[in-house]
Design a protein around this ligand. Structure first.
Ligand code: UDP
Ligand code: MG
Length: 309
């Protein structure tokens, strides 16, 4: 019998954990597989860990958990789960039941046919989400797919089932700053996407503010594209070219009519401010990449485990 590892990152999800287990268990028992749950407690401040311990006591053979020493973020939680998983197939799920467990049998069947290495899911609508959020995320997908060689599928969730081979490929990427949507796509392999309608979370609240999502998008871009650096180079080249032309123009004007340089204070200030702004912007872009190099070369662990069972 195949073993299916189910990876569930949890942050302050005490209410959702038992509901999730119950809902997934209902589906999994009907499938011809052996489940292996890996709940990852990402430094929750509530009783999430106690809930995980209780589930582990109830079903020691199948339910495991990892508890971090603090909050390391969902991406770190996913990695910890993938590191621990021993299944032939691995599925990554949110604990809030926004990833419907009803998809599991279909995903498993598709993978078994051997044609695909990964079955992902894609949201086709965004009911119950703020308009501005949907707009920004549309913009993000359009932008990143223009400037990055790694395809990021619009609306794709992290909810996906992978073969062991693909999981090993994902695990070979030990980058510090992890953008899973990009990583899953970067490793290649054949992925099929199942469409589904947005489901509201079963309990608790999402911790993602629009600003956090924006930052996440920016991180994604700098992780999987060097286009911002090229943009800096191009802006620099264009402004340099313009300045050479301007210098020639100013010298010729000075020779032709020496008095003319008394005027032009306003334009001078505008030019200085404009160039200063562009310089700061370009330094900022470069700085963003240097910051990522800095984090990577320190070789800090991506997560720290306090308890694992
Ligand atoms: N999560 C996590 N660490 C965090 C934030 C979130 O492990 O720092 C988990 C959370 O418990 C949930 C999943 O990541 O299982 C998705 O989070 P959420 O529902 O808040 O995001 P959304 O569904 O709005 O994208
Ligand atoms: Mg959610």
């Amino acid at each position: 019998m195949d073993k299916l590892s189910i990876i569930v990152p949890c942050y302050n999800e005490e209410e959702s954990i038992p509901l999730f287990y119950e809902a997934v268990q209902k589906v999994v028992t009907k499938m011809d597989i052996e489940p292996e749950y890996w709940f990852v407690n990402d430094g929750s401040h509530d009783n999430s860990l106690a809930e995980m311990r209780a589930l582990h006591e109830k079903d020691e053979k199948h339910v495991h958990y990892i508890s971090f020493s603090r909050n390391f973020g969902k991406e770190a939680g996913l990695l910890a789960g993938l590191d621990a998983a021993t299944g032939d197939y691995v599925v990554v799920m949110d604990v809030d039941l926004q990833d419907p467990p009803e998809f599991l049998p279909e995903m498993y069947k598709e993978l078994q046919s051997g044609e695909y290495d990964c079955i992902g899911t894609r949201r086709v609508d965004r009911t119950g989400e703020a308009k501005i959020k949907s707009f920004l995320s549309d913009m993000f997908y359009k932008c990143i797919n223009k400037i990055s060689n790694t395809e990021i599928v619009p609306g794709a969730r992290d909810f996906r089932m992978m073969t062991r081979q693909m999981v090993d490929a994902v695990l070979s990427m030990r980058e510090y700053s992890r953008f899973s949507k990009g990583i899953f796509s970067w490793v290649g392999f054949k992925t099929k996407y199942l469409d589904y309608h947005n489901v509201e979370r079963v309990a608790g609240e999402s911790d993602w503010s629009t600003w956090q999502l924006f930052k996440y998008a920016m991180d994604g871009i700098s992780d999987f594209s060097q286009a911002p650096l090229s943009l800096a180079v191009w802006t620099g080249s264009v402004t340099s070219a313009i300045s050479v032309i301007s210098i020639i123009f100013v010298i010729i004007r000075k020779i032709m009519s020496p008095m003319s340089s008394i005027f032009g204070w306003a334009s001078m200030v505008s030019i200085i401010l404009f160039l200063g702004g562009i310089q700061l912007l370009c330094i900022g872009i470069v700085g963003k990449y240097i910051g990522r190099i800095y984090l990577q070369v320190k070789h800090r662990p991506i997560y720290i485990v306090k308890e694992k069972k």
